[in-house]
Design a protein around this ligand. Sequence first.
Ligand code: MCA
Ligand code: AMP
Length: 514
Amino acid sequence: MANPLYDTLFARHAGQERPFLTCPEGRRLSYAAFLQMAARIAHVLVDRGLAPGDRMAVQVEKSPEALALYAAAVQAGVIFLPLNTAYTSEELRYFVENSGAKLLVCDSAKEAALRPIMAALGGQTDTLGADGKGSLMAEAATRPGRFDTVPRDRDDLAAFLYTSGTTGRSKGAMLTQDNLLSNAETLVDYWRFTGEDVLLHALPIFHTHGLFVATNVILAVGGQMIFLPKFDLDQILTQLPQATTMMGVPTFYTRLLDDPRFTGDLAAHMRLFISGSAPLLADTHVQFETRTGHRILERYGMTETNMNTSNPYEGERRAGTVGFPLPGVELKITDPETGEPLPQGEIGLIEVRGRNVFKGYWQMPDKTAAELRADGFFLTGDLGSMDADGYVIIVGRNKDLIISGGYNIYPKEVELILDEQPGVRESAVIGVPHPDLGESVLAVLVSEPGATPDTGAIATALETRLARFKQPRRYALIEALPRNTMGKVQKNALRERYAAAFQPTDHAEAGAGD
Ligand code: MCA
Ligand code: AMP
């Protein structure tokens, strides 16, 4: 095939008037219309000087045009680099600089701040708003609705997704056409997707979950999506009767369960509910089944690997587990110290290998070598075990990661900025249980002698430096951080101490925050 990803997901629907996207305000787009839009955009990318293998950074609100930009990148052989809309200009600067992106497509509201950054790096900027308007689509409107697809190989790169690291600097995970395609095809079979499916899509499209898992699976079968700009409980309840399937992070399910309008009747016609990106509490699984009769299908993945494991479509979906390794994915549990496989039932590091596993981190050979073994096994940083029936259970993380509402936060990145703040001697950032988001961010600060850090002023200072979801929601002042004999901060002790900080009854010691 000339361009396996484009041909399999997109080209096969050319000219088809079947519906592809429905938006809540009533807008509908057929496959034919969507592909024409993508072709027009692909012409603009080429005219902007983008060649196959060049990077295009994209920080735009969710819209059909934003999705067509992804299709256009694949068709033109350009590497697609989607970025969270919550990132500040300062965060964005790093991503475009590190990736060497030649073009940035951003919201017009951010253009004034971002255009100079791109210009200084020798790149160009185009705009695309939530309403589908801006310089990109104005240009695209003047271009032909057909574009000669650029040939690509299965091993060529299709996307960079940045994922944070323990050092605080994000790493660009390089994903090939084959990584994305093989995983989409596996998931279609495993979850029994067909062209009859209508997916209720309320996830952001700048992460693996919403962009690749949800969208690629629907594209692979020629199904439909109800394309919501974001998770909105009222809209979900209104649109659910038209859908057959939904994918979400656990917060979607806890919010649905908290609403009495979400009844068994409303969900009765649904074929499948899927959850991932963060642990689904066994309690949520049970409550959901009690309310609707549906067992949520939980699966487990990562930016670097796409999806690794899934509970079965038929057969028992076991609460508190992430199911079995997917076909084509090898999974082993190893001793974190020695790397040796552990006997069944023991807890160790989860390692995975398969066509789904990425090619490495962009221009970071040392980090790649540290996490991707020469034999192809990737060290996920997740700790888990396998039960006697082969179900994988994730028990924790070896990596210092917080997952809030499905978004990842690496404490080091936040701590480095907190440590610069007046009156702060040192800091420790931890994730503590949160009823809505699963985990939320709490910062523990140690004062400089004689100083009292002003947490209000610190919170303000962080606003321009870090995306809102990474900013601590609570601050606590402490005499000294607990350390072990090696001098390492004992975050477990802090997590225990502040475990109730975000619980509704709030007996927390921590102050200031929401
Ligand atoms: C928004 N805010 C958040 C989050 N989202 N704060 C902490 N954690 C979050 N996840 C902040 C906003 O900045 C704002 O702050 C306030 O919360 C309300 O914003 P709003 O937009 O109304 O938020 P929301 O609609 O309530 O969003 C929560 C959400 C959303 C629905 C859980 O974050 C979401 O859609 N998450 C999905 C993330 C996802 O797709 N992850 C997949 C990663 P303020 O009011 O103070 O200004 S891919 C992955 O992990 C792997 C590969 C996998 O396995 O899938
Ligand atoms: P990311 O690197 O942003 O893609 O986040 C991937 C991480 O999310 C994984 O390494 C896990 O720690 C976590 N994760 C994803 N799915 C699940 C799940 N079903 N249960 C528990 N953790 C999950």
